[in-house]
Design a protein around this ligand. Structure first.
Ligand code: AHR
Length: 519
């Protein structure tokens, strides 16, 4: 169980619940229909699995379990992960990449090498490796994103992995893949060069950005010479690190990574939200650095690299995004239960990524199962946590164009918490049919927010439906002790007629859909 401390937090929530019965707060929104912010990249709906605790072994993969198929894939878990329709699957870490040798995890399972998991503890039998990760990504219809070992590994080893996965010629590693039963290349699209390489205490050996860049160039060459189409994610860190990486590696940097974890103060309701909101400023700062240090189109790249530079502008990959409260259970206390306020924070994350879609190109939630995760398992059951539902909601409802929106919203003014806005809004349009979706996250634990919507031209947009996620209480959560009980409610209300305003209920996640009827 997480140390979220329902009892402690419950008493704080009791104070805000006493606000119920007061009139709604007032807000308004203004949408700029003429200057879209950008294309919402499908990549933001990614997931991340690592050889860490029960994320893979005992999570998505459980050989011999009656709930698994003959390949060891937990079918109940698979169904839930599929429900998220992830666009990308990041693997095998995380910090674990720094000790991972991909050749340990290929070929007949009984011949694979067991090793101590020096990063997260326990023994890694490597029964789930490259071939299994690809098979899993295919079951999810997701693109694979592999991160390479810059700790105990080498650039050559990384290049060999690319050849194994994507090689098409009559060569050693490509033939090894064929021998292992995979005639067609895996076409792994994304390759992460390093993970949190600035970190000191773990086994990473680079830490200094100059060291990183020197080494990352070698990895870049080893990977791109094997597959010129490979999209590279270079490891980011603080401002000075990012400056240097972008300056030195801009021409080959498809993405620069950002990791963002948040937590709350269990005594203070709503203390999560300022931390969630801080991601937007971090994105804007990194966006500024990308604009300062890199060209949108690379114009001067030597042919002697023997592979092309990146094709598109540099984007941000938020390849670890999550909620990390202290005091969970399991390996490094990373197994957490999430309450409904965490779901509101999760929805806000997606609003932020939609708003900043001009520069956010992908995000992989850290992590998918059991570790800081939307899905939890026991040997006999699995559940979807509260945070699962907003992930699914945005994937289902968001359009592919982000529209700039100004919101006039009151603050939460919850006693004891740093202040944050009550209502968080993002607006998307579907290019295919012009339809509009207004996402509203009312983070107030007790009060509704009434929002003026008259800036949406009724001659062009007809409101057709409201979808809402909510929960019995802001501190409600799903648990494995009651796997059949779901505290999350999902409702759909058809609309007809005008919608001058909308009242977002307390602690709700809402999508208002409009059909385009203009010319
Ligand atoms: O997601 C858990 C860990 O958090 C990852 O292994 C690491 O990259 C990050 O610090």
């Amino acid at each position: 169980m997480s140390g979220l401390g329902l009892v402690a937090k419950g008493s704080a929530y009791a104070a805000v619940r006493s606000l119920t019965g007061q009139p709604p707060l007032d807000a308004s929104i203004e949408i700029d229909f003429e200057h879209p912010e950008g294309t919402v990249d499908d990549g933001i709906y990614g997931q991340f699995i690592e050889h860490l605790g029960r994320a893979i072994n005992g999570g998505i993969f459980d050989e011999g379990s009656p709930l698994s198929d003959t390949a060891g894939i937990r079918q109940d878990v698979l169904q839930k992960v599929q429900g998220l329709q992830p666009s990308i699957l990041r693997y095998p870490g995380g910090t674990f990449t720094k000790i991972y040798h991909w050749m340990d995890g290929i070929g007949p399972r009984h011949e694979r090498r067991s090793r101590p998991n020096l990063i997260w503890g326990g023994v890694e039998d490597n029964h789930f490796g490259t071939d299994e990760a690809i098979a899993y990504a295919r079951l999810l219809k997701a693109d694979a994103y592999f991160a390479v070992n810059m700790g105990s590994g080498t650039a050559e080893e990384a290049g060999n992995w690319v050849e194994y996965c994507n090689g098409t010629q009559d060569t050693y590693y490509a033939n090894l893949r064929r021998k292992n039963g995979h005639a067609d290349p895996f076409k792994v699209k994304y390759w992460g060069i390093g993970n949190e390489e600035a970190a000191g205490p773990d086994i990473g050996r680079l830490q200094d950005v100059k060291e990183f860049v020197k080494e990352a160039w070698l990895y870049t060459k080893a990977i791109k010479l094997q597959d010129r189409e490979a999209k590279l994610i270079l490891c980011g860190a603080d401002d000075a690190w990012n400056d240097y990486v972008l300056k030195e590696m801009g021409p080959v940097c498809d993405y620069i990574s950002m990791h963002h974890y948040v937590s709350s103060d269990k005594q203070k309701p709503a203390s999560l939200f300022p931390q969630v909101d801080s991601m937007e400023q971090l994105i804007l700062t990194l966006k500024g650095k990308i604009q300062t240090h890199t060209q949108e189109k690379v114009t001067d790249f030597s042919k002697w690299f023997r592979f092309p530079p990146r094709n598109n502008a540099v984007k941000i990959s938020i390849d670890e995004l999550g909620i990390w409260e202290p005091g969970g259970s399991g390996a490094y206390e990373l197994e957490e239960y999430y309450t409904w306020d965490h779901a509101l924070g999760t929805a806000t994350f997606y609003n932020i990524m939609i708003r900043q879609s001009a520069v956010v190109g992908m995000a992989t939630w850290a992590q998918t199962v059991n570790v800081l995760a939307p899905i939890m398992t026991s040997k006999t059951a699995s559940i979807c946590q509260t945070i699962y539902y907003p992930m699914q909601f945005y994937r289902q409802h968001a359009g592919n164009v982000s529209l700039k929106t100004a919101v006039n919203t009151p603050n939460l003014q919850v006693p004891g918490s740093k202040d944050a806005k009550a209502l968080d809004i993002a607006v998307t349009r579907h290019d295919s049919d012009g339809s509009l979706v207004v996402f509203g996250v009312n983070r107030h634990p007790a009060l509704a927010v009434k929002t003026d919507l008259r800036s949406i031209d009724a001659k062009k947009y007809k409101p057709v439906a409201v979808f809402e996620l909510n929960a019995t209480a802001i501190d409600a959560m799903n648990t494995l002790s009651h796997p059949d009980k779901n505290v999350v409610t999902s409702t759909e209300k058809k609309l007809s007629g005008a919608l001058n305003d909308y009242t977002f209920p307390a602690h709700s996640i809402t999508a208002i859909k409009y059909r385009y009827i203009g010319k």
